[in-house]
Design a binder for this molecule. Structure first.
Ligand code: NAD
Ligand code: UDP
Length: 312
């Protein structure tokens, strides 16, 4: 297959490019490098089955026939999507429509990288795919949440009315090597702070929860969904749930750091709790994550050490 990966120079996208090449596909990686980096894909550039195209997918583009479109392009961390608010809305809406049109034209299959943020600050816990969510449509996070909800609606509309063969993955907090250390996400902040001996910044009282999925588990789930016939949204995440304070302690333990914890104000609309119900993925895809937080952080330690060193 010739596969298009938008956002392929990003954290998850670059691991997806690796996995697609490893299973024998050719990959066209389209990325405007807004939050991604060439360093994530430099190791692929001599592979004749890999093409990089610097492209904003919110503008018209066409790189010839493809058999599958994986649409991952979008700022993803709260710091990034609030800084790039308009670009985030645009890539979730116009960018997604461009990718769906391309899939229609080439009769390619299409997979949307959606997010647990579609559930907002969830009143149902854990979150099943059938839950419609609790999203503030005008808050600071809405540029991302509503863009992704629009992207899901567009994907279902192209499936229903344009016969595009679509999939939607709802990704829950994912981490691992190549996570940008300056993207402000909790794992990147805590690892960087712990390795530098700085205070770990816990927002609020740290009792809010997240469920963290190691990137190889996430990509394996995405590929299993891509090969399935399931069109409805599917959660791919690790149900192991941690308070942010517990997460800080795990990071201190794994890094053997003597950093202290400093409490800072909780950002507006920060979800109180988040844990995927993955019974659908287990049943339909025979998928479940294998790597727990402690193991995944240990596996990421060398990467974070060198990223922190490189950042000075
Ligand atoms: P990332 O920021 O590392 O990667 C996103 C990539 O998209 C970057 O390389 C960026 O340059 C590119 N991009 C952004 N706008 C673009 C545009 N208009 N045209 C072309 N490229 C563009 O983030 P990530 O964590 O790898 O996230 C990848 C996808 O997965 C995103 O769609 C995100 O919403 C989704 N997701 C990720 C997580 C997570 O925890 N990592 C959770 C939920 C959903
Ligand atoms: N968080 C924190 N300290 C940090 C960064 C994040 O306490 O330095 C908290 C944040 O308030 C949220 C959780 O960690 O409750 C996860 O934040 P992240 O930005 O990684 O992703 P989110 O799940 O909110 O999109």
């Amino acid at each position: 297959m010739r596969v298009l990966v938008t956002g392929g120079a990003g954290f998850v996208g670059s691991h997806l490019c690796d996995a697609l090449l490893a299973q024998g596909d050719s990959v066209v990686c389209a990325d405007n490098l807004l939050t991604g980096r060439m360093a994530n894909i430099n190791h692929l550039r001599n592979d004749p089955r890999f093409e990089f195209r610097e492209q904003d997918v919110s503008r018209p583009f066409d790189f010839g026939k493809v058999d599958y479109v994986f649409h991952l392009a979008s700022p993803a961390s709260p710091v990034d999507y609030i800084e790039h608010a308009i670009e985030t809305l645009r890539v979730g809406s116009v960018g997604t429509m461009n990718c769906l049109e391309l899939a229609k034209e080439y009769q390619a299959k299409f997979l949307l990288a959606s997010t647990s943020e579609c559930y907002g600050d969830p009143l149902e816990h854990p979150q099943k795919e059938t839950y419609w969510g609790h999203v503030n449509p005008v808050g600071p996070r809405s540029v991302y949440d509503e863009a992704k909800r629009f992207a899901e609606a567009a994907t279902m509309a192209y499936h229903r009315h344009r016969t595009v063969d679509t999939r939607i993955v709802r990704i829950f907090n994912t981490y691992g090597p190549r996570l940008q250390i300056n993207d402000g996400r909790v794992i990147s902040n805590f690892m960087k702070q712990a390795l530098r001996g700085e205070d770990l910044t816990v927002y609020g009282d740290g009792s809010q929860t997240r469920s963290f999925c190691y990137v190889s588990d996430e990509v394996r789930g995405i590929l299993a969904l891509a090969k399935s016939d399931e069109h409805g949204p599917t959660n791919i995440g690790n149900p192991g749930e941690f308070t942010i304070l517990e997460c800080a302690k795990v990071v201190l333990d794994i890094t053997a750091s003597s950093s202290n914890i400093r409490f800072e104000p909780l950002p507006q609309d920060d979800p109180r709790q988040r844990r995927p119900d993955i019974s659908k993925a287990k049943r339909l895809l025979d998928w479940e994550p294998k790597i727990d937080l402690q193991t995944g952080l240990r596996m990421s330690l060398d990467y974070f050490r060198s990223a922190v060193q490189a950042s000075g």
